[in-house]
Design a binder for this molecule. Sequence first.
Ligand SMILES: NC(=O)c1ccc[n+]([C@@H]2O[C@H](COP(=O)([O-])OP(=O)(O)OC[C@H]3O[C@@H](n4cnc5c(N)ncnc54)[C@H](OP(=O)(O)O)[C@@H]3O)[C@@H](O)[C@H]2O)c1
Length: 242
Amino acid sequence: MKTKTFLITGATSGIGYEAAKQAVALGHTVIITGRTQDKLDAVSAELGVKAYLADSADLSAQFDLGEKLKKDKVTLDGLVLNAGVFYPSSFVEETPEQFDQSFAINTKGPFFTLQALLPCLAKPASVVFTSSIAVHKGFVGGAVYSATKAAFEGMVRTLNLELADLGIRVNSIRPGITATEIQAKAGMTKEQEQALFDSLQTTPVGRELVSDDHTGAILYLLDDASSALRNAVIEVDGGYCL
Ligand SMILES: NC(=O)c1ccc[n+]([C@@H]2O[C@H](COP(=O)([O-])OP(=O)(O)OC[C@H]3O[C@@H](n4cnc5c(N)ncnc54)[C@H](OP(=O)(O)O)[C@@H]3O)[C@@H](O)[C@H]2O)c1
């Protein structure tokens, strides 16, 4: 893999953080974003990467980021649209505000992040979206989350057509259940988390996934080795959905 420049959104923990760490270890230049300044400062110092505060739900922050990168003459060979949340709620309890918040972060955010960063993308450039197995696997409390990821995946076909002349391709990974901060942020207790992970012992891989299980797929989609792929989905679920 030639050394390149990648921007990874939501890289202060979990899947995005591991991808950033491995990309840096391979000699790539990495820029990260997140929504929590302290965490950005810590990862920036640890990995030696530039970090920008850019809440996915704040569209002006995405366009400000695009302006900053343009000013610094940054050209991105790859963009990983990874920032996301899982705020579970049952169908009967979901409020319009919760519905809008999930879509703002998981769907509208990455859509406008890509639009805002278009001028910074190289020709060719690879965009990777972190989707979820939830697009085709039901979870109690996960209706809106599933829809946020399916909505973005639904747009990827058209993005591949509309951005082809710019040399931009878009593909996705669909992680299965992965032990990250997402469970605690979803309000799960340690016991609930453990029970969930224990239930995965019967899957082919026999365990919960860890963030680094996704790094290879992300780096492959960023690499020229996958340059013929458009709208591909790499499902990294340990066989959970078989
Ligand atoms: N873990 C799983 O089981 C699983 C399964 C399928 C798909 N996914 C997807 O994988 C992606 C990464 O999740 P993860 O499991 O690695 O969880 P994570 O450890 O919570 O990481 C999520 C990252 O996104 C950031 N983020 C959250 N909301 C944001 C916002 N509004 N603006 C900017 N950044 C924001 C987080 O920052 P803070 O730390 O400040 O919140 C963090 O850096 C998500 O898109 C998630 O939907 C995860």
